[in-house]
Design a protein around this ligand. Structure first.
Ligand code: EPZ
Length: 423
């Protein structure tokens, strides 16, 4: 198993290109199932998760070509070969569950393994299933599988989500494109990835309005065509490198990053004493000397502070000149990085969904291990800022969501390398 070895202390300086968003790409891949024509995605990230999705789509009969040089993924679901998404494929990655809606909309039935919980919480899919039921699908859960059928097609419906869910909003939107009649999604998620999915579906001939607001209206159409769509830049990758630059006291241009998608993070960074500027080519992050200032924040649905940047922001605040309070409101168990950060000398007290971080002047390198993607990268950030050597184990978590992480950081002067762990 690989591990990452970091010798901390070097300020990051240089330019980091930002790739397409994982959490958008995965749903865009599922959208390929809705059309018999090819869907071509540009600016695709090449990640363990997008590869899992490619494998699953291949199992379902989609022809897929990846053109590495141009970062382009061509998916052609001329015919659906199978409507079964097996446990072994869905268990590897929860977003695989998103093939259910498109299969149901296009073929009228699907059998998809329940995704189950994961390290950050229980993560049920009840809102997804209720949305499909509202659209007229019959759903039974048997032996760990969701069996859904709408043999005469899905019907448009008014669906009000009891709380905001990114996945349920996207999933309902995917399915509603081919439903008969109008669908209204109330209390919809407003993340940039929702807008990206709507833009792609509209390019395929869907009729979606209101994506990016709390109410999305979809007029069903009888079929969708192919399209070419560029995946939105990854705001979580951007935020991660921004926090790394801030933690190391660096000066980095995040090339291609979207300033407008990161308002909550920019507010936090500025509050912490970090300079953030929008430039023609992207976002510049600068911190020249001076201690980080403490900041209180809580995670919220977009446009609030993203839960997917909470661990990385905590790593930065470990070095603040004072006490910061962090509240996690999206997932019930998303502070697993706190005890690992403590190995580097961080002072963090966790009480339920609140963490109190008392900043220290320096962190010191140590061997660490994490249980999910964003937690792992928070340890990389802390390691980059710490004195001495940090070894991050269980690197496979990082590979799920960060492409060329070490190369991008090393390109900015970080001393970081991947090693094969001795057997
Ligand atoms: C997406 O997960 C992202 N994943 C997550 O990123 C991200 O943390 C999350 O949105 C919030 O921004 C992908 O896009 C692949 P939700 P999702 O539905 O859609 C509860 C990462 O690191 N809920 O908005 O699963 C749920 O348990 C990952 O890249 C239900 O109770 O998130 C959570 O507490 C981690 N029932 C809350 O809602 C449901 O049917 C919000 O979850 C659905 C969700």
């Amino acid at each position: 198993m690989d591990r990452i070895v970091i010798t901390g202390g070097a300020p990051l300086k240089g330019t980091i290109p930002i790739y397409g968003a994982k959490n958008s790409a995965l749903k865009l891949q599922a959208a390929a199932l809705l059309s018999a024509d090819p869907l071509i995605l540009e600016n695709m990230p090449d990640l363990a998760d997008t590869r899992f999705m490619t494998q699953l789509l291949t199992t379902l009969g989609v022809e897929i070509t990846w053109i590495k040089e141009t970062r382009t993924l061509r998916m052609h679901a001329a015919e659906i070969g199978s409507t079964i998404a097996p446990y072994d494929q869905v268990r590897k990655m929860r977003a695989s569950f998103n093939v259910l809606g498109p299969l149901l909309a296009r073929v009228g039935h699907a059998t998809v393994s329940l995704p189950g919980g994961c390290a950050i919480g229980a993560r049920p899919v009840d809102l997804h299933l209720k949305a499909f039921e509202a659209m007229g699908a019959d759903i039974v859960i048997e032996q760990g599988y969701v069996k859904a059928a709408a043999l005469r097609g899905l019907k448009g419906a008014e669906i009000e989500f009891p709380f905001v869910s990114v996945g349920a909003t996207e999933h309902a939107m995917l399915a509603a494109t081919l439903a008969q009649g109008d669908t209204i999604l109330k209390n919809a998620a407003r993340e940039p990835e929702i807008v990206d999915l709507a833009d792609c579906l509209n390019a395929m001939g869907a009729r979606i309005e209101g994506a990016g607001t709390g109410e999305i209206r979809i007029k069903g159409v009888t079929s969708l065509s192919g399209a070419t769509h560029a995946v939105v830049p990854d705001r979580i990758e951007t935020g991660t490198f921004a926090l790394a630059a801030a933690a190391t006291g660096g000066n980095v241009l995040l090339q291609g990053a979207r300033f407008d998608h990161l308002q909550a993070l920019i507010k936090l960074l500025r509050g912490a004493g970090v300079e953030v500027d929008a430039e023609a080519r992207g976002l510049r992050i600068k911190r020249n000397g001076g201690r980080i200032q403490p900041v209180n924040f809580e995670t919220e649905p977009y446009p609030g502070f993203p839960t997917d940047l909470q661990a990385q922001a905590m790593a930065l605040l470990c070095l603040a000149d004072g006490q910061s309070r962090i509240r996690e409101t999206i997932f019930e168990n998303r502070f697993m990085h706190a005890p690992e950060l403590a190995r580097l000398g961080a002072q963090i007290a966790v009480h339920g969904n609140e963490a109190v971080v008392t900043g220290v002047e320096t962190l010191k390198g140590a061997p660490v291990m994490a249980t999910d993607l964003r937690a792992s990268v928070s340890l990389v950030i802390a390691g980059l800022a710490a004195e001495g050597e940090t070894i991050v184990n269980r690197v496979y978590h990082l590979d799920r969501g960060f492409e060329k992480l070490e190369a991008k950081l090393a390109g900015c002067g970080a001393q970081i390398e991947r090693q094969r762990e001795e057997q």
